[in-house]
Write a protein that binds this ligand. Sequence first.
Ligand code: ADP
Ligand code: MG
Length: 689
Amino acid sequence: MELNTPLTEFPGVGPARSKKLGKLGLFQAGDLLTYYPRAYEDRRRVCSITAAPEDAEVCVEVLVAETPRVSYIRKGLELTKVKVADAAAVMTVTFFNQSYLRTSLKVGKEYVFFGRVERVGGQYRMTNPVVEKADRRSVTGCILPVYPLTAGVSNAMLVGFTRKAVEACAPLVEDVLPESLRVAHQLMPRAEALRDVHFPEDFEALEDAARRLSFEETFCFALGLALLRRRRDGGVAPVLGGGSETEFLNLLPFPPTAAQRRAMAELAADVKSGRPMNRLLQGDVGSGKTAVAAYAAFLACKSGAQAAMMAPTEILAEQHFRSLTALLAPAGVEVALLTASRSAVEKRAVKEGLRSGAISFVVGTHALLSEGVEFANLAMVVTDEQHRFGVTQRAALAEKANREEETPHILVMSATPIPRTLALILYGDLDVSVLDELPPGRTPIETYLIGEDKRQRMYNFVRKLTGEGRQAYIVCPAVEENEEAEGTQDLKAVTVYAGELQKKVFPDLRVAFLHGKMKGKDKDAVMSAFAAGEIDVLVATTVVEVGVDVPNAALMVIENAERFGLSQLHQLRGRVGRGEHQSYCILMSATRSEESRARLKALRDTSDGFKIAEEDLKLRGPGDFFGARQHGLPAMKLVGQSLDMRLLKEAQTAAEELLRGDPELTKAEHAPLRRRVEALFRDQSERLN
Ligand code: ADP
Ligand code: MG
């Protein structure tokens, strides 16, 4: 077996099953090695029947004492009963619907039964245990890995495949970490780590393995970003000397906040330096990032160059197009719009204008990246809601610049507050400006945390606000990827819940729903109708999280609030309070967990996104920041609990040190590392399409 041996060569994998495995990202033997368990079950404890505790599952080693008997109870229910014995006791074992055991369990042979031993009136019993032959154990007597699954792929199957793959292939994997580094940071060799992360002898071994793998991921990631940065810093960019700050401030309908002014000054200094700007503009929802972005575009256009701004959805692009047109037209800067849904004629006209240089500022979606989009003189690239775009997409737009020697300036905006410590890692290739202040005059959003007993009052409140002409969001937990069965349930939850609300609770209101599995066009249609005030109550998953501005929406209700991360809840809350109306956020939760309640109370009592993010990081650890969130940077496959800030920083510092000695990774001993880092960023660009 090789790393690239296709899984179709594994026993029992035909076309149907290989498709299912493909859904999990598993195609070749090598893929199994980095398909990490999501949990572990300790099945090591062995007891005699009489010594087994009643409150835990254990392995008992027994002989089968008689031929199993099968009895048919009713349709869909067959019982298989068998007597087994060890040196001191006899036990009756019952299986539901596993009548094949009648022939596979052989009298007089040794087996391991893993389950809970019950004592009923002096008799020993076990129900539905895991059974294996004593001489061919694979899922008992060990710490069993538990993998993320999909319909048609069982854990036992993955355990079997992974065991084979690890035995045959783990030693074939190149160790990208140089030995000196491994020694210095006490990290085990990669082959060992891959074995132990799946099949650890004990939990200490597991922890060491996870630590080694997480270190490697972070380390390579940090190297990659540092290399990107070096390359850019070495580049030359156009000097944007045109456009005065005073002229721009005169265009703004409001005085900028101190934070906006600071960010504007920072970016103005960047674009005059002759070196490419690579700046992240972080600011809470509503902090006024658009005005800063407009300034960047303004400086480019006033210097006789072009600017492009990319938004993740059509609605957002259109929204920016409208507000930026209004803002910049008086200064003679015309704005064009390019999205997939514009007519062929319109698209052609925009493309021509960009190629000839007649259009100086274009706002659009991914369509900006499509073929045939060429710029005469692109000097400024702005991406909004950066976590939706990857590093490589930013780069792709910059590459359109079509300049001989020069690279354009890049400004990326994100409304996801990320604690500084993490930002250093996630955005290691960027300088950061922070808008840590909201424009004055905002009425804070009133946030409430309530239980099921007040559901009726919540409905009454929805009715009251919609009666006043406002609109409301009701958000339900999102559909998890890779969890088909549960996913469809949740998905149904949105549509069914919306249906019920419409029928039973708000028959006189206009209720609609929105979820991630809908077609892009349908989603946009619903969102536009909501923005136009044609929907009163929008029941949605977290797809409403990003960007859209509906000033008339004044109420955000979040169902099962305990199921969301704090930062995510904060993002959702930011969907309201965007107009002049007093706005409200109601967190519905029936949770009794002290910890969950503490989290939700923290959200209720704070409106500062950065504080909330710090709290989130403290409570849930950095794994969630990298994992659950779409940060748009190359995916890190971090292993469970092992990840703490200390390890992240250690890896980050180690990466900096290594680059100091070998800035381009050209030393022979760093060749595997270099290949790995390049692959990390290359894969990402493929995945994004
Ligand atoms: P975000 O950072 O979420 O993208 P926007 O740029 O959309 O925020 O700004 C949110 C709202 O605040 C907009 O309606 C914008 O016109 C307004 N705004 C921005 N800056 C200021 C300011 N300095 N004073 C008053 N209103 C502002
Ligand atoms: Mg915005």
